[in-house]
Design a protein around this ligand. Structure first.
Ligand SMILES: Cc1cc2nc3c(=O)[nH]c(=O)nc-3n(C[C@H](O)[C@H](O)[C@H](O)COP(=O)(O)OP(=O)(O)OC[C@H]3O[C@@H](n4cnc5c(N)ncnc54)[C@H](O)[C@@H]3O)c2cc1C
Length: 385
């Protein structure tokens, strides 16, 4: 598979990130999960290595690679710490990509170099208490008043929000008392009227930052609307399409990390006088795990390749996200089973992967939403006839 999609440059990146993950991320993964501690130092080091801006051109301070490279890095970090990979994924795919794809030249120059170097963290607030899957039900409003927008509303579950230097958020743009539809806006940390809840106490992704964001008569300059104000809804749909490919990569890493632990344990653990992988009941489970992970890789890296080569990718991105995230949940469940009772104990890393997997079936569109997208794409034109 790697021969199909990975260039020499991709393979070098993979090796570099694998080393970094092993030496810098793995040793603290268990501890930051237990403490729910955000890994500031690791993120700083990742910025220094160019891992916080992989797909952006060098002109804007990025590494000048592509989405495939981004997926490779996410997968490698997730194999040892899903929380750290999720932070990097949300920062890049959600907290920076909309500026890179839709921002004005001025917005790009102002934010992307800082985001790409990791000096600044990005976040993306789309979900609201009453607008999750139904994102079009956004209640946050940005009312144009002179040269400013006055924003009121609330965003839920915003990853990185507490430590972000800039938050991209969606709101209904109101002009002359008229709703103009949903647009995306930028707000800098420290702006009056912007506030946060403490971080959510989560089942998994415990070392990532997730919290509610409040806009209370928050005033932002008119130029903080992201790119073309009339394109907001389309912008975030496009953002989510490529975001789904990267959450697919996060899912592969989650599954692969748990699989590797199960494989190792199956060699070390003996029952009835032999290694447990000598029992077909266990070796077949390992075979199914490896097969589903490989199938996920084909779907997700194919979607990344399509995106990198400017082909339509809505269906393939949703398929990759759906299959890889459900694979991650299935593989991590089986990995616990291979560990027997020890898999249920926190001392064993596999327990963390199991908890980290569940949200992959929820964030950036639930599995049900992915099925809606895929069925809509495959039935397009058929039902209309
Ligand atoms: C750890 C974490 C991090 C997150 N990070 C971010 C972030 O950075 N930015 C952001 O904007 N959001 C973020 N989210 C929010 C996430 O994207 C939403 O939780 C998700 O989109 C689902 O929305 P909801 O929770 O409101 O569920 P709901 O939309 O209320 O869905 C509840 C259930 O109903 C089902 N359902 C809803 N509509 C349909 C339908 N039409 N057909 C069939 N089933 C349906 C869903 O599939 C789900 O099973 C994050 C969430 C978590 C838990």
């Amino acid at each position: 598979m790697e021969r199909l999609y990975f260039s020499e440059e991709h393979k070098m990146l993979q090796e570099m990130v694998r080393d970094f993950a092993k030496n810098e991320v793995a040793p603290i993964a268990q501890e930051i999960d237990e403490k729910g501690a955000f890994p500031h130092d690791t993120i700083k080091k990742m910025g220094e290595l160019g891992l916080m801006g992989i797909p952006w051109s060098e002109e804007y301070g990025g590494t000048g690679m592509d989405l495939t490279a981004q997926c490779i890095a996410i997968e490698e970090i997730a194999k040892v710490c899903v929380s750290t990979a999720a932070t990097m994924m949300a920062h890049t795919s959600l907290g920076t990509a909309p500026i890179y794809m839709f921002g004005t030249e001025e917005q790009k120059r102002k934010y992307i170099p800082k985001l790409a170097s990791g000096e600044m963290l990005g976040a993306f607030g789309l979900t609201e208490p009453d607008a999750g899957s139904d994102a079009a039900n956004t209640q946050t409003r940005a009312v144009l008043t002179g040269n400013e927008y006055v924003v009121n509303g609330r965003k839920a579950f915003c990853t990185n929000a507490g430590f972000a230097g800039v938050i991209i958020f969606t709101a209904v743009l109101v002009e002359d008392g008229e709703d103009k539809g949903i647009s995306a806006f930028l707000v800098d940390a420290g702006t009056d009227g912007l506030s946060f809840d403490p971080p959510e106490k989560k089942m998994g992704w415990r070392a990532s930052d997730t919290r509610s964001v409040y806009f209370d008569n928050m005033r932002i300059p008119k130029e903080n609307v992201l790119g073309d104000p009339s394109g907001g809804f389309k912008q975030f749909l496009r953002t989510l399409t490529s975001g789904r490919i990267t959450i697919g990569a996060l899912s592969i890493g989650t599954a692969a990390g748990a699989y590797e632990l199960a494989l190792k344990y199956s060699v070390e653990r003996e029952a009835f006088g032999k290694a447990i992988n000598r029992f077909q009941g266990v070796s077949f489970t390992l075979a199914d795990m490896a097969t589903r992970i490989q199938a996920s890789r084909h779907l997700v890296y194919h979607a990344a390749w399509l995106k990198d080569n400017n082909f339509p990718v809505i269906k393939e991105a949703a398929m990759g996200k759906l299959f890889a995230s459900e694979t991650a949940m299935w593989v991590t469940t089986q990995a616990i089973q291979v560990h027997g009772g020890y898999g249920y104990i926190k001392e064993y890393d596999v327990e963390r992967f199991f908890r980290d997997a569940k949200v992959l079936e929820i964030g950036e569109g639930t599995s049900e939403v992915q099925r809606i997208i895929i069925s809509r794409e495959i039935l397009k034109g058929i039902n209309a006839a």
